[in-house]
Write a new protein. Structure first.
Length: 245
């Protein structure tokens, strides 16, 4: 894809985000969540221990492991809303007959949102700072979570008719976090059943690094990326069919 086309698409995206307050807030929300974890979680822990005798500290690594997923969700939601805007404006229909074509546009869109997700995830985890993380753990976890961003974006762009439905779907996706939390407390081979959820893999990678099982973490990272790639490919085909109707 030529640099001029990339610059033009980037300019369109920047204008779309600048004119939409919801998208602007989503971009700023990532570091805010990281800081909330840093200063809010210890206060909540103190209150729980004082009032209920419950120590939240052992679960700080679990809370930290979800931050790359939150980053992917925010980046993917922004990209999904941009897809809906551009679909409603007939921008995507026009792209089908330009030299750029839909494939070039999707390569730009998906690559950009993956990079944004990885960057946000790498920022949020050290900002939270609730538990010690190594550089390798930070980078690999953010990288495995990053493909979830285009999965979110294409899911919204495919199944939502407008931004109102998109917002509802984005909230509904949050239900997936429930079984992911449950997976943390399941031991043995049964935990692998949660691998059907693309969200499970970056969490498992983070947890394995906490256990200092680096080789296992890298193996799970590869498996997670392969499975997410298959899900992403299916969504790309479905989105292309929806757009060409």
């Amino acid at each position: 894809m030529k640099v001029g086309r990339l610059r033009a698409l980037g300019t369109i995206d920047a204008h779309s985000i600048a004119r939409d307050s919801l998208l602007r807030w989503m971009v700023l929300l990532a570091p805010a969540i990281g800081l909330f974890f840093r200063f809010g979680a210890p206060r909540i822990d103190g209150t729980l221990e004082r009032e209920l005798g419950f120590d939240l500290t052992p679960y700080f690594p679990l809370l930290m492991s979800f931050l790359p997923l939150v980053a992917a969700g925010l980046a993917g939601t922004v990209a999904g809303f941009l897809l809906l805007d551009q679909r409603d404006d007939q921008t995507l229909t026009a792209i089908l007959v330009t030299p750029l074509r839909l494939g070039g546009y999707l390569r730009y869109r998906l690559t950009a949102v993956i990079l944004l997700s990885a960057a946000l995830g790498s920022i949020m985890v050290p900002l939270a700072g609730l538990s010690e993380t190594t550089l390798l753990q930070l980078v690999v976890s953010a990288a495995v979570a990053a493909p979830l961003a285009p999965i979110y974006a294409l899911f919204l762009g495919t199944f939502a008719a407008n931004k109102v439905q998109g917002f509802a779907l984005a909230k509904a996706i949050g239900v997936v976090f429930v079984p992911c939390v449950a997976a943390y407390f399941v031991v043995g081979p049964w935990q692998s059943a949660f691998g059907l959820l693309p969200h499970y893999w970056p969490l498992k990678v983070f947890w394995l690094f906490d256990e200092e099982a680096t080789a296992a973490a890298m193996g799970h990272a590869l498996l997670g990326l392969l499975w997410q790639g298959m899900v992403l490919a299916m969504l790309v085909r479905r989105f292309s069919r929806v757009l060409k109707r």
